[in-house]
Ligand binder design. Sequence first.
Ligand code: CUA
Length: 315
Amino acid sequence: MRLIASSWLPPAKSTVAADYDLLFNFILFAGLIIFAIVVVTMVLFVVKYRRRGKAGKTSGKDHNLVLELLWSILPFLLTLIVFDWGFASYIRLNVAPANSLEIKVKAQKWSWVFEYPEGLTEINKLVVPVDQPVKLLMSSADVIHSFYVPWFRVKADVLPNRYSSLWFEAIDTGEYAIFCAEYCGKGHSEMLGIVEVVTDSAYAAYIESGTKLGEGLTLEEFGKQLFTSKACFTCHTIDGKNSQGPSFFMRFGKSIVMSDGSQIVVDENYIRESILSPGVRIVSGFQPIMPTFQGILKEREVDALVVYVKSLGKQ
Ligand code: CUA
């Protein structure tokens, strides 16, 4: 059982996962056993009772009450077991314990944004304490995504204009992958994240250092750090090669052509606008695919990124 389970699902790492696997395997093996009984009996009967020439006579028996009751009542009982078990598991999977730590998730093409109760936001990395129920309250900024962590056996669609939620309680520290399980466009397969399950004290330290992020750094140093931690690099380079978005190298102060044919000079305000309302003015030759960072970045973080992009233009 263990061997078969592990050959198609990763190890169970949340409190609900073991029960989920057991039910899944119960349904699977009950189905296989019934399939074998039906098919083997059918093949045996086809051979044993085959027509042997013109003289062969069909038996006069047309029913057997005991057998018919058995093959009706036993499968019915089996479905009742699965229903009861499945319903109880479903409720457990869907009702988060009252003491859950609540973290907001915003999905957008093509990244995950996590917002902690303390105000800290993080992109593509979710840090949670071990042995603590965590409830995710999720919504999408654009299309339908699906939040999926196979190790925890949890998955839920993430929809625009409404909240969906799921919860889990990790039983082991470690790093587990987050997948987007709903085709959401070109970057779908790269919409990946990591759940980092850590000890209570490591979690407290993480929140503490996260909320103090950038303290003691100059705006330029902080911007450089944010360029990496906010995953800007997935679409923008700093070496002059254009990727999904324009490169930041030597951009500042330059005149560029926009998609509507107009020309603008890249200044602080244009960078700020591009971060907070990226759809307003698109550089010619690029698609309007950048998600907004409105509400994700704090004022000082926007300032830092502006200074950083500016510093790349001066080189
Ligand atoms: Cu988001 Cu697929």
